[in-house]
Design a protein around this ligand. Structure first.
Ligand code: ZN
Length: 237
């Protein structure tokens, strides 16, 4: 098999299939000899080939059509398209004309304590702000398991005492926060670079500009208070 690696692609494919057929035949002989029951999965594995480049697909990705293939393991059909049900690599069984997804053993990253998250404030209460998580710093957004909503408790907003949460956060603010507890998804914005990244004017809806320690609206002149990140307005995560 190794020596075939340098041959042109088309030729390799033909030879590859032929050698695989031999292997299947050998397997069948072996099966008769030993009378050990073997599962179909094992034969399928021999027939299956990686489909094209080794591309990682995610649940919902279109991997083929029902005109080309039959939907195999870890796939489903929507209006003639075959989609992946799993995170993994696309496999094609040329003999049966099935396309399937071989799940990867390593799952997309889940959120860990200490991760820096980006999210949108969805609720501000006296004791906490609730944040819809949109991304993890340093992780491609589609490749992580979204935890939903996380909370920033009034005691974790900043180093100094917070009297009113409404002076630290507002609904629709984009915030950068650090995970401090995974079990109940608690975050902190204590720290220079953590806090509100983007906020809009409660009066006219314009994006607020950072003006020293407060946020100002260039349109209507309104001033608002927030726990501002040192990266406010820069887009830097
Ligand atoms: Zn305004």
């Amino acid at each position: 098999m190794k020596s075939l690696g340098e041959k042109p692609e088309v030729e390799e494919e033909v030879l590859d299939t032929a050698s695989k057929k031999v292997k299947v035949a050998e397997k069948k002989v072996e099966k008769r000899k030993t009378e050990t029951p073997k599962t179909n999965t094992e034969d399928d594995h021999v027939e299956e080939e990686q489909h094209g480049e080794k591309v990682l697909v995610m649940p919902g990705d279109i991997i083929g059509t029902t005109e080309e293939f039959e939907a195999g393991d870890n796939t489903y059909i929507v209006r003639g398209d075959i989609l992946s049900l799993a995170t993994g690599f696309v496999m094609v069984n040329k003999k049966r004309r099935t396309i399937s997804v071989k799940p990867t053993t390593s799952m997309p990253p889940t959120i860990k304590k200490g991760d820096i998250l980006i999210g949108t404030v969805v609720n501000v209460r006296d004791s906490m702000a609730l944040v819809q998580i949109e991304g993890i710093k340093g992780v491609v957004d589609r490749q992580f398991i979204k935890p939903g909503v996380a909370a920033i408790h009034v005691s974790n907003v900043k180093e100094s005492y917070v009297k009113e949460m409404s002076k630290e956060f507002a609904v629709a603010d984009v915030v950068k926060a650090k995970v401090i507890n995974i079990e109940n998804m608690r975050m902190t914005t204590s720290g220079k670079e953590l806090g509100v990244m983007v906020a809009t004017c409660a009066n006219c809806g314009s994006t607020l500009k950072k003006d020293d320690q407060v946020l100002k609206c260039a349109q209507c002149g309104r001033t608002e208070s927030r726990k501002i990140s040192s990266d406010y307005g820069t887009g830097i995560i």
